[in-house]
Design a protein around this ligand. Structure first.
Ligand SMILES: Nc1ncnc2c1ncn2[C@@H]1O[C@H](COP(=O)(O)OP(=O)(O)OP(=O)(O)O)[C@@H](O)[C@H]1O
Ligand SMILES: [Mg+2]
Length: 238
């Protein structure tokens, strides 16, 4: 399936009575890559969870292409092409890598699994290992591969590099770039490794206390040291 445009209009959301996101509006063109940055606790995960239908939405609209997803279930959003790779790397520790990939699939979609293995050859090598035996990087590959099996047209990646060794980070970023370059996916990336996110993205939004405090291109952000320091809390990019 070709990539789709994601549009978010005036979105406010939170948990029960606790409002976290306020009046968020942005769009990501089909096949484009958006980095979502911000310090800890600013609402990045809440934004992705809201797009995936896992929080309470108070106001606003979310659409993929022509499809309005605002009031639909998480399952309906996945069906409409939204793939969510959460920060928590949800895998089944007591199942093998291959079982993790096949569980929930209506029938064994062998081709799709081979495609996932082609993206992440390391998973093929470890296909009989249990989820609990995987390194952090391999767990991230597995949770990403599981989401990709659903053939999303819009992919949300929440801090995929968190806690991983630099060499694994590079390996993952190469795969994400390949997915984006294939023209099949619109990708939103939350990352604390700001330089990796800026190298990857076409556009950037920065969240501050649940609102968009800055938006623009990666090069504009890299040159704006004041914004980087104020909104990202770092003296320089790393
Ligand atoms: N389930 C929840 N119920 C109530 N409040 C929550 C819940 N999850 C997160 N929050 C609050 O929402 C705010 C935004 O949290 P969120 O996890 O979206 O931030 P984040 O930008 O992803 O942070 P991090 O960089 O640490 O992952 C925080 O104040 C957090 O305490
Ligand atoms: Mg988060």
């Amino acid at each position: 399936m070709p990539a789709s445009m994601l549009k978010v209009e005036n979105l406010s959301a939170g948990y029960g009575p606790t409002r976290i996101l306020e009046s968020i509006s942005f769009s990501v063109g089909a096949g484009r890559r958006l980095a979502v940055l911000g310090r800890n606790g600013m609402g990045k995960t809440t934004l992705f969870a809201t797009l995936a239908g896992q929080t309470r939405r108070y106001d606003g609209r979310i659409s993929i292409g022509d499809i309005d997803l605002s009031s639909t279930s998480s399952a309906a959003r996945a069906h409409a092409g939204l793939g969510y790779v959460p920060q928590t790397r949800d895998i089944f520790p007591s199942l093998s890598v291959e079982e993790n990939l096949t569980v929930g699939l209506k029938k064994r979609k062998k081709d799709a699994i081979e495609e996932a293995y082609a993206l992440f050859p390391r998973l093929k090598e470890r296909r009989r290992n249990l989820g609990s035996q995987l390194s952090g990087g391999e767990q991230q590959m597995l949770t990403t591969a599981r989401t990709i099996l659903g053939r999303p047209t819009v992919l949300l990646l929440d801090e995929p590099l968190e806690g991983l060794a630099p060499v694994i980070c590079e390996e993952l970023m190469v795969v994400f770039s390949e997915l984006a370059a294939s023209g099949d996916m619109t990708i939103l990336l939350v990352e604390q490794r700001i330089q990796s996110a800026l190298d990857f993205a076409d556009e950037v939004i920065v969240l501050e206390r649940g609102r968009i405090a800055w938006n623009g291109t990666p090069s504009a952000l890299s040159q704006d040291h004041k914004v980087v320091e104020r909104l990202l809390g770092v003296g320089g990019l790393h």
